[in-house]
Design a protein around this ligand. Structure first.
Ligand code: FPP
Length: 232
Protein backbone atom coordinates (compact mmCIF):
# COMPACT_ATOMS: atom_id res chain seq x y z
CA UNK A 1 0.00 0.00 0.00
CA UNK A 2 2.64 2.48 -1.13
CA UNK A 3 2.16 6.19 -1.69
CA UNK A 4 0.30 7.50 1.35
CA UNK A 5 3.03 10.02 2.18
CA UNK A 6 3.23 11.35 -1.37
CA UNK A 7 -0.57 11.57 -1.60
CA UNK A 8 -0.58 13.83 1.46
CA UNK A 9 2.41 15.91 0.37
CA UNK A 10 0.80 16.60 -2.99
CA UNK A 11 -2.04 18.20 -1.03
CA UNK A 12 0.35 20.06 1.31
CA UNK A 13 -0.91 17.91 4.17
CA UNK A 14 1.07 16.08 6.86
CA UNK A 15 1.96 12.47 6.03
CA UNK A 16 -0.31 11.02 8.70
CA UNK A 17 -3.35 12.30 6.81
CA UNK A 18 -2.11 10.21 3.90
CA UNK A 19 -2.17 7.13 6.12
CA UNK A 20 -5.68 8.05 7.25
CA UNK A 21 -6.76 8.30 3.62
CA UNK A 22 -5.01 4.96 3.09
CA UNK A 23 -7.26 3.39 5.69
CA UNK A 24 -10.28 4.51 3.67
CA UNK A 25 -8.81 2.74 0.61
CA UNK A 26 -8.39 -0.38 2.78
CA UNK A 27 -12.09 -0.27 3.68
CA UNK A 28 -13.11 -0.02 0.04
CA UNK A 29 -10.74 -2.75 -1.07
CA UNK A 30 -12.08 -5.12 1.58
CA UNK A 31 -15.62 -4.47 0.34
CA UNK A 32 -14.52 -5.10 -3.24
CA UNK A 33 -12.91 -8.39 -2.26
CA UNK A 34 -16.14 -9.58 -0.66
CA UNK A 35 -18.08 -8.53 -3.73
CA UNK A 36 -15.71 -10.29 -6.14
CA UNK A 37 -15.40 -13.43 -4.02
CA UNK A 38 -11.70 -12.98 -3.31
CA UNK A 39 -11.02 -15.36 -0.42
CA UNK A 40 -7.81 -13.96 1.04
CA UNK A 41 -6.49 -10.39 1.09
CA UNK A 42 -3.09 -9.73 2.61
CA UNK A 43 -2.10 -6.10 3.14
CA UNK A 44 1.41 -4.90 3.86
CA UNK A 45 0.74 -2.29 6.54
CA UNK A 46 4.07 -2.08 8.37
CA UNK A 47 7.33 -3.72 7.36
CA UNK A 48 10.16 -4.88 9.60
CA UNK A 49 12.08 -1.93 8.12
CA UNK A 50 9.42 0.73 8.82
CA UNK A 51 10.74 1.20 12.37
CA UNK A 52 13.43 3.30 10.68
CA UNK A 53 10.88 6.03 9.96
CA UNK A 54 10.71 9.16 12.13
CA UNK A 55 9.53 8.27 15.64
CA UNK A 56 6.49 10.49 15.27
CA UNK A 57 5.30 8.70 12.12
CA UNK A 58 5.83 5.26 13.70
CA UNK A 59 3.83 6.37 16.76
CA UNK A 60 1.10 7.72 14.54
CA UNK A 61 0.88 4.46 12.59
CA UNK A 62 0.59 2.51 15.87
CA UNK A 63 -2.25 4.84 16.95
CA UNK A 64 -3.94 4.36 13.60
CA UNK A 65 -3.74 0.55 13.86
CA UNK A 66 -5.14 0.74 17.37
CA UNK A 67 -8.04 3.01 16.43
CA UNK A 68 -8.73 0.95 13.28
CA UNK A 69 -9.00 -2.18 15.43
CA UNK A 70 -11.29 -0.35 17.86
CA UNK A 71 -13.54 1.01 15.14
CA UNK A 72 -13.54 -1.60 12.38
CA UNK A 73 -13.60 -5.02 14.01
CA UNK A 74 -17.32 -5.05 14.67
CA UNK A 75 -18.09 -4.17 11.06
CA UNK A 76 -15.58 -6.72 9.75
CA UNK A 77 -17.17 -9.35 11.95
CA UNK A 78 -20.65 -8.44 10.71
CA UNK A 79 -19.44 -8.84 7.14
CA UNK A 80 -18.02 -12.30 7.76
CA UNK A 81 -14.37 -11.23 7.64
CA UNK A 82 -11.77 -13.17 9.56
CA UNK A 83 -8.94 -10.89 10.66
CA UNK A 84 -5.42 -12.13 11.15
CA UNK A 85 -2.21 -10.27 11.82
CA UNK A 86 1.05 -11.70 10.51
CA UNK A 87 4.48 -10.52 11.65
CA UNK A 88 6.56 -10.18 14.80
CA UNK A 89 3.77 -8.82 16.94
CA UNK A 90 5.76 -9.03 20.19
CA UNK A 91 7.47 -5.76 19.19
CA UNK A 92 4.19 -3.86 19.43
CA UNK A 93 2.93 -2.09 22.56
CA UNK A 94 1.16 -4.57 24.87
CA UNK A 95 -2.21 -2.81 24.48
CA UNK A 96 -2.01 -3.25 20.72
CA UNK A 97 -1.03 -6.91 21.05
CA UNK A 98 -4.04 -7.47 23.32
CA UNK A 99 -6.37 -5.76 20.85
CA UNK A 100 -4.98 -7.89 18.01
CA UNK A 101 -5.54 -11.10 19.97
CA UNK A 102 -9.08 -10.03 20.85
CA UNK A 103 -9.90 -9.13 17.22
CA UNK A 104 -8.54 -12.45 15.96
CA UNK A 105 -10.54 -14.35 18.56
CA UNK A 106 -13.74 -12.46 17.83
CA UNK A 107 -13.57 -13.04 14.06
CA UNK A 108 -12.06 -16.55 14.10
CA UNK A 109 -15.28 -18.25 12.98
CA UNK A 110 -15.82 -16.07 9.88
CA UNK A 111 -15.25 -17.45 6.41
CA UNK A 112 -16.24 -14.91 3.78
CA UNK A 113 -12.83 -13.30 3.52
CA UNK A 114 -9.58 -13.76 5.39
CA UNK A 115 -8.07 -10.31 5.86
CA UNK A 116 -4.44 -10.58 6.80
CA UNK A 117 -2.62 -7.49 7.94
CA UNK A 118 1.14 -7.82 7.72
CA UNK A 119 2.53 -5.73 10.56
CA UNK A 120 6.19 -5.78 11.53
CA UNK A 121 6.42 -8.35 8.79
CA UNK A 122 9.27 -9.10 6.41
CA UNK A 123 9.60 -11.96 3.96
CA UNK A 124 13.10 -12.69 5.22
CA UNK A 125 11.89 -12.57 8.82
CA UNK A 126 9.23 -15.12 7.89
CA UNK A 127 11.69 -17.61 6.37
CA UNK A 128 14.16 -17.03 9.21
CA UNK A 129 11.62 -17.77 11.95
CA UNK A 130 10.57 -20.94 10.10
CA UNK A 131 14.23 -22.03 9.88
CA UNK A 132 14.64 -21.41 13.59
CA UNK A 133 11.65 -23.60 14.46
CA UNK A 134 12.98 -26.48 12.33
CA UNK A 135 16.53 -26.04 13.68
CA UNK A 136 15.19 -26.36 17.23
CA UNK A 137 13.51 -29.63 16.31
CA UNK A 138 16.72 -30.95 14.79
CA UNK A 139 18.71 -29.83 17.85
CA UNK A 140 16.29 -31.69 20.12
CA UNK A 141 16.89 -34.81 18.04
CA UNK A 142 13.27 -34.97 16.92
CA UNK A 143 14.06 -34.75 13.25
CA UNK A 144 16.77 -35.51 10.69
CA UNK A 145 17.98 -32.39 8.78
CA UNK A 146 17.67 -34.44 5.58
CA UNK A 147 13.92 -34.62 6.17
CA UNK A 148 13.57 -30.87 5.64
CA UNK A 149 11.82 -30.18 2.37
CA UNK A 150 9.93 -27.25 0.86
CA UNK A 151 6.61 -28.38 2.30
CA UNK A 152 8.09 -28.51 5.79
CA UNK A 153 9.49 -24.99 5.53
CA UNK A 154 6.19 -23.75 4.11
CA UNK A 155 4.36 -25.32 7.05
CA UNK A 156 6.21 -23.05 9.49
CA UNK A 157 5.69 -19.80 7.59
CA UNK A 158 3.26 -17.11 8.69
CA UNK A 159 0.16 -18.49 6.96
CA UNK A 160 0.67 -22.19 6.20
CA UNK A 161 -3.05 -22.91 6.08
CA UNK A 162 -3.81 -20.46 3.26
CA UNK A 163 -3.04 -20.79 -0.44
CA UNK A 164 -0.08 -18.95 -1.93
CA UNK A 165 -1.06 -15.51 -3.22
CA UNK A 166 -2.17 -15.45 -6.88
CA UNK A 167 -1.89 -11.72 -7.44
CA UNK A 168 0.59 -9.28 -5.95
CA UNK A 169 -0.41 -5.62 -6.32
CA UNK A 170 1.92 -2.74 -5.53
CA UNK A 171 0.77 0.85 -5.76
CA UNK A 172 2.89 4.00 -5.75
CA UNK A 173 4.98 3.45 -8.88
CA UNK A 174 7.87 1.40 -7.48
CA UNK A 175 8.42 -1.98 -9.10
CA UNK A 176 9.86 -4.11 -6.33
CA UNK A 177 8.72 -6.59 -3.71
CA UNK A 178 10.33 -4.78 -0.76
CA UNK A 179 10.61 -7.93 1.34
CA UNK A 180 6.92 -8.85 1.25
CA UNK A 181 5.77 -12.52 1.15
CA UNK A 182 8.94 -13.64 -0.67
CA UNK A 183 8.53 -17.38 -0.39
CA UNK A 184 4.76 -17.48 -0.82
CA UNK A 185 4.77 -15.15 -3.85
CA UNK A 186 7.11 -17.37 -5.88
CA UNK A 187 4.42 -17.81 -8.55
CA UNK A 188 2.28 -14.76 -7.87
CA UNK A 189 1.41 -12.57 -10.82
CA UNK A 190 2.91 -9.13 -10.24
CA UNK A 191 0.92 -5.99 -10.92
CA UNK A 192 2.32 -2.50 -10.51
CA UNK A 193 0.40 0.73 -10.73
CA UNK A 194 1.51 4.35 -10.47
CA UNK A 195 -1.62 5.19 -8.48
CA UNK A 196 -0.90 6.23 -4.91
CA UNK A 197 -2.56 3.90 -2.39
CA UNK A 198 -5.28 6.37 -1.24
CA UNK A 199 -6.30 6.70 -4.91
CA UNK A 200 -6.61 2.93 -5.38
CA UNK A 201 -10.36 2.69 -5.95
CA UNK A 202 -12.89 0.19 -7.28
CA UNK A 203 -11.88 0.87 -10.90
CA UNK A 204 -8.19 0.43 -10.08
CA UNK A 205 -8.90 -2.88 -8.37
CA UNK A 206 -11.03 -4.06 -11.29
CA UNK A 207 -8.16 -3.12 -13.68
CA UNK A 208 -5.76 -5.24 -11.63
CA UNK A 209 -8.14 -8.21 -11.68
CA UNK A 210 -8.68 -7.86 -15.43
CA UNK A 211 -4.92 -7.84 -15.96
CA UNK A 212 -4.64 -10.95 -13.77
CA UNK A 213 -7.39 -12.70 -15.72
CA UNK A 214 -5.38 -12.24 -18.91
CA UNK A 215 -2.20 -13.87 -17.57
CA UNK A 216 -1.16 -17.36 -18.52
CA UNK A 217 -0.05 -19.17 -15.37
CA UNK A 218 2.34 -21.91 -16.39
CA UNK A 219 3.97 -22.93 -13.09
CA UNK A 220 7.03 -24.15 -14.99
CA UNK A 221 5.15 -25.90 -17.78
CA UNK A 222 4.92 -24.88 -21.43
CA UNK A 223 2.21 -22.74 -22.90
CA UNK A 224 1.07 -25.70 -25.07
CA UNK A 225 0.70 -27.91 -22.02
CA UNK A 226 -1.36 -25.33 -20.18
CA UNK A 227 -3.59 -24.60 -23.17
CA UNK A 228 -4.07 -28.30 -23.87
CA UNK A 229 -5.23 -28.74 -20.32
CA UNK A 230 -7.65 -25.83 -20.57
CA UNK A 231 -9.05 -27.04 -23.88
CA UNK A 232 -9.30 -30.69 -22.87
C1 FPP B 1 3.39 3.16 2.67
O1 FPP B 1 3.24 4.45 2.12
C2 FPP B 1 2.35 2.92 3.67
C3 FPP B 1 2.58 2.58 5.00
C4 FPP B 1 3.93 2.40 5.54
C5 FPP B 1 1.46 2.43 5.96
C6 FPP B 1 0.25 1.73 5.48
C7 FPP B 1 -0.89 2.00 6.38
C8 FPP B 1 -2.16 2.21 6.01
C9 FPP B 1 -2.64 2.13 4.60
C10 FPP B 1 -3.19 2.62 6.99
C11 FPP B 1 -3.67 1.65 7.98
C12 FPP B 1 -3.93 0.30 7.52
C13 FPP B 1 -4.49 -0.68 8.31
C14 FPP B 1 -4.66 -2.03 7.73
C15 FPP B 1 -4.93 -0.44 9.70
P1 FPP B 1 4.41 5.52 2.33
O2 FPP B 1 4.21 6.20 3.63
O3 FPP B 1 5.73 4.82 2.17
O4 FPP B 1 4.17 6.51 1.16
P2 FPP B 1 5.30 7.33 0.34
O5 FPP B 1 6.11 6.30 -0.41
O6 FPP B 1 4.49 8.17 -0.58
O7 FPP B 1 6.07 8.12 1.33
Amino acid sequence: MDGNGRWARKRLMPRYLGHRAGLEAVRKTVEQCIEYGVEVLTLFAFSSENWRRPKKEVGMLMDLFMSALNKEVRRLDRNGVRLRIIGAREAFPQALQDKIAEAERKTAGNDKLVLQIAANYGGRWDVTQAARILARRVARGEMDPEAIDEAMIASELAFPDLPDPDLFIRTGGEQRLSNFVLWQAAYAELYFTDLLWPDFDAQAFADALISFAGRERRFGRTSEQVQGEDGA
